[in-house]
Design a protein around this ligand. Structure first.
Ligand code: DQA
Length: 146
């Protein structure tokens, strides 16, 4: 079993993209920190980013129930029934992460189509949200293998 961290569209631009919403840290820096947490706990972790919805669907479909997914679906949060169906179809435990507080911005961001098939959602805590999700994922994976 592994922990996967998947980032959706435009998150490759972190560091320069609207830092007032998404902060100054790059995706590589965020990934390095979450990777460190998982490795300290002795768990496998893999981080990926894509701008192609079909890639993300294929990646989710290849997961196993025993895995754990930390997902920032980017704008697909608000549009993709297909990603939601992939998560519920595979039954992989998932935590949704957003850097910005999607409930405090434009009204189209308030609705997450993904949240109902996730264990929970972290939104508005910046890059720290990924670390918190990783800490949860580590505890969850250790608990379920006991
Ligand atoms: C985001 C929020 C989304 O509304 C937006 O489309 C993104 C990033 C976030 O991390 O705050 O691309 O998922």
């Amino acid at each position: 079993a592994s922990i996967y961290v998947f980032h959706g569209p435009n998150l490759n631009l972190l560091g320069t993209r609207e830092p007032q919403h998404y902060g100054m840290r790059t995706l590589a820096e965020i990934n390095q920190e979450v990777q460190g947490l998982a490795e300290q706990a002795g768990l496998n972790v893999e981080c990926r980013q894509t701008n192609h919805e079909g890639d993300l669907l294929d990646w989710i479909q290849a997961l196993m129930t025993e895995d754990f997914l930390i997902l920032n679906p980017g704008a697909w949060t608000h549009t993709s029934y297909a990603i939601r169906d992939a998560i519920s179809g595979v039954k992989v435990p998932t935590v949704e992460v957003h850097l910005s507080n999607i409930h405090a911005r434009e009204s189209f961001r308030e609705t997450s189509l993904i949240a109902p098939v996730c264990l929970g959602q972290i939104s508005g805590l910046g890059s720290e949200g990924y670390n918190l999700a990783m800490r949860f994922a580590i505890d969850y994976q250790i608990r379920r293998t006991k």
